[in-house]
Design a protein around this ligand. Structure first.
Ligand code: ADP
Ligand code: MN
Ligand code: MN
Ligand code: MN
Ligand code: MN
Length: 359
């Protein structure tokens, strides 16, 4: 796919992937760096772990990832979730980690820690989340994959859920990512081509509590890792191309046990009231560069003002028609940008609806 040179030779790689590992397990430790990107490194384990608690803590050089100063650079990796590795197969695993400092405090970019406390404190509400991750594929030079080299494709219209040459690009990557997520046990619930050509979406969920953030971050790792083998770049930029081209979001679907029960619409309306009072605080953690995306056009709402409505794709929050008719269900917060951190997003939603926790 990539022009002019070979990025990697996955055909040759197959031969080595089949070699016996002599009982050892390869564990790929994944974490989030100081710029909202995933990083990873590999560790050999002598035997297969039966739970995440058996995985050893590890560390890395935080001064090389924008996470720590050079004179105190050790950052610790604490495993929090593990998944079957779709790249190495066998007993090998992907490991999601939190980042910690030597003084026993969470790293400045460890947003999972606070979110997990909120989720635990309000566990009885049984939060479910479903995230719609939109993203854009770029070629090796950074231009949108499949777009004419010095120009633009025909206007938006035929591309959303499109089928056929010239309407969709990189379906091979989308299919590979879908399967790889299923293999890893990530609860990917679907995928579709988006309004802007070269842009796609997949959904993860519904997931309970903190596992939403864990699974979404690992699905992003898997996507970057798959695309790497195809020589394609993935960007989560919320407005990759200015003008009459759709931006990319991370629509966040939310429900509690009360909302899903008979008469749950009342709980949803109460949630809307609470959300309307904290527009600014939410927008602060709903992704970088979101102002450029939230123009009020292209199925977005205003950046400054909270609105909600039934079946309204131009509102901050949409309640779907079925939910309104049944009087129970879930709501969709359409404000988060595609590059938003799911720990921060789900965390602040729980905080706004149920209250903060101390410490
Ligand atoms: P849209 O119509 O906005 O494109 P999608 O079908 O792409 O919606 O995504 C809907 C998401 O909502 C899915 O990720 C799904 O898992 C999630 N979802 C479904 N039911 C619930 C629920 N009760 N609570 C939270 N999320 C839910
Ligand atoms: Mn070294
Ligand atoms: Mn969707
Ligand atoms: Mn979409
Ligand atoms: Mn949506």
């Amino acid at each position: 796919m990539a022009e002019s040179f070979t990025i990697s030779n996955t055909a040759n790689l197959q031969k080595y992937l089949k070699l016996d590992q002599k009982g050892c397990v390869m564990a790929e430790y994944v974490w989030i760096d100081g710029s909202n990107n995933v990083r990873s490194k590999s560790k050999t384990l002598k035997k297969k772990p039966s739970s995440v608690d058996e995985l050893p803590e590890w560390n890395f050089d935080g001064s090389s990832t924008g996470q720590a100063p050079g004179d105190n650079s050790d950052v610790y990796l604490r495993p929090v979730a593990m998944y079957p590795d779709p790249f190495r197969l066998g007993d090998n695993i992907l490991v999601m980690c939190e980042t910690w400092m030597s003084d026993g405090k969470p790293n400045a970019y460890n947003f999972r820690h606070d979110a997990a406390k909120l989720m635990a404190a309000h566990e009885k509400h049984e939060f479910w989340f479903g995230l719609e991750q939109e993203y854009t594929m770029l070629d090796y030079d950074g231009w949108i994959y499949g777009w004419p080299k010095n120009g633009f494709p025909a206007p938006q219209g035929p591309y959303y859920c499109g089928v056929g040459t010239g309407k969709v690009f990189c379906r091979d990557i989308v299919e590979s990512h879908y399967k790889a997520c299923l293999y890893a046990g990530i609860e990917i619930s679907g995928t579709n081509a988006e309004v802007m050509p070269g842009q796609w979406e997949y959904q993860v969920g519904p997931c309970t509590g903190i596992s939403m953030g864990d699974q979404l971050w690992m699905s992003r790792f898997v996507l970057h890792r798959v695309a790497e083998e195809f020589g394609v770049k993935v960007t989560f930029a919320p407005k990759p191309i200015p003008g009459d081209w759709n931006g990319a979001g991370l629509h966040t679907n939310v429900s509690t046990a009360e909302m899903r029960a008979e008469g749950g619409m009342k709980a949803i309306e109460e949630a809307m009231e609470k959300l309307s009072k904290r527009q600014k605080e939410h927008m602060e953690v709903y992704g970088e560069g979101n102002v450029a995306r939230m123009t009020g056009a292209h199925e977005t709402a205003s950046y400054d003002k909270f609105t909600w409505g039934i079946a309204n794709r131009g509102a901050s929050v949409r309640v779907n028609r079925q939910c309104a008719e049944e009087g129970k269900g879930y709501f969709e917060d359409r404000r988060p940008a595609s590059n938003g951190d799911p720990y921060q997003i789900t965390g602040i939603i729980v905080e706004t609806l149920c209250g903060s926790v101390d410490g």
